[in-house]
Design a protein around this ligand. Structure first.
Ligand code: ZN
Length: 139
């Protein structure tokens, strides 16, 4: 279980990462902060594209950023999102849930959906993606 102190740090880093969001088309800005097995925190933001399908979510940006740094096991993620100037509970999309599943134990992986350090929802990846398919199914 992630300590409350670490959760607050994750939320702050997700909110900070959100500042770098590139969302000129939707105006929906997302930042994410991943807690890696080694205790490090890696962030990402959403990056939109004029060719909409080429856009990438904040959660996946964080995962790809972490994997590109050699980190492949995650225990928590904080997600901070909403239209510019406001915070919503920004739940991860289906694709991001599946990408998180690749690198975490769904029963252990904690997902923090944040409006602020005082206002956030907490759930496991298992709750967000039940009966999931993962790499061990191919072994
Ligand atoms: Zn997504």
């Amino acid at each position: 279980m992630t300590s409350r102190e670490t959760k607050i740090e994750l939320i702050k880093k997700a909110m900070e990462a959100r500042k770098y969001s590139y969302a000129p088309f939707s105006g929906y800005m997302v930042g994410a902060a991943l807690l890696c097995e080694d205790g490090s925190i890696i962030t990402g933001c959403n990056v939109e594209n004029a060719s909409y399908g080429a856009s990438n979510c904040g959660e996946r940006t964080a995962v790809f950023n972490a994997v590109s740094k050699g980190k492949r096991k995650f225990s928590a993620i904080a997600i901070a999102g909403g239209r510019e100037g406001r915070m919503d509970y920004a739940y991860p999309c289906g694709i991001c849930r599946q990408v998180l599943r690749e690198f975490s134990d769904p029963k252990q992986m904690e997902v923090l959906i944040c409006k602020s350090t005082e206002d956030y929802k907490e759930m496991t990846l298992e709750e967000l993606l039940p009966e999931s398919f993962g790499p061990e199914n191919l072994w």
